[in-house]
Design a protein around this ligand. Structure first.
Ligand code: C5P
Length: 228
């Protein structure tokens, strides 16, 4: 089944405190955009990548993506993450019927094995996402007080890439937009329609880089990989 990846890289990444959008920050000499695009392109099942970047950065992204082993189309994203995903979906070839993976450019350390696990599960179940258990006890808070404790055994943190048969994702997105709902990941759009989403084990290495500390952590991981 033809499988394509949408790489969402159009966020500003305010918590990085940088002037450039997050996907254009350098991690050990390569931008997060390049690293994430290469990581997706290295997975045998992925036939092509759609990179969604800020409108002002489309030309630069096209230069960066030229060296990819797989075909890469670059398009401008939107205000919210879901607007960027929708722009990515619109850039898929007409008549495409396969599986679509949506991945955050802010997770450049994703492994080929994880991408392939999501692809296989999405092909089998129609929808699949990686999840990791929570280490901390999670509290409900309000007015500066603890309002309760959530049963941690029933919770998990969602990662990307999230994989879907295109017909399911397109239907779920259409409904979310028609209903004026904000979704913070793709799975949520399917969940609200009662569509089943399978889980595959995520990875602590596939952390979303949000702050300068996260970027420093990723630099250390890459240095350790090289034995430096
Ligand atoms: O902001 P956050 O880190 O949650 O964003 C997750 C991913 O979604 C990032 O890779 C970011 O570039 C992308 N995004 C986007 N368009 C937006 C907002 C976020 O492509 N408008």
């Amino acid at each position: 089944m033809d499988t394509r990846a949408i790489l969402v890289a159009a966020g500003r990444g305010e918590r990085m405190g940088a002037t450039r959008p997050k996907a254009f920050l350098s991690l050990a000499g390569q931008t997060l955009l390049e690293r994430s695009a290469r990581a997706l392109g290295a997975a045998p099942s992925i036939t092509a990548v759609v990179a969604v970047v800020p409108a002002s950065d489309v030309d630069e992204a096209r230069d960066l993506c030229e060296a990819l082993a797989k075909p890469c189309v670059v398009v401008a994203g939107g205000e919210r993450r879901q607007d960027s995903v929708r722009a990515g979906l619109a850039a898929l070839p007409s008549g495409f019927e396969g599986v679509v993976l949506v991945h955050d450019a802010a997770r450049p350390l994703v492994s080929i094995a994880l991408v392939e696990a999501v692809v296989q599960a999405a092909r089998e179940h129609g929808a699949a996402i990686p999840v990791v258990p929570l280490a901390d006890t999670i509290k409900q808070v309000g007015d500066g007080r603890i309002a309760g404790t959530v049963d941690r055994d029933r919770l998990a943190a969602a990662q990307t890439p999230q994989g879907f048969r295109l017909d399911l994702l397109a239907r779920a997105y259409e409904r979310a937009f028609a209903d004026g709902v904000v979704v913070t990941d793709e799975s949520m759009a399917l969940e609200r329609l009662g569509l089943p989403v399978a889980c595959v084990p995520g990875s602590s290495r596939n952390r979303k880089l949000t702050t300068p500390d996260d970027l420093a952590w990723a630099e250390r991981v890459l240095r350790a990989d090289l034995g430096a």
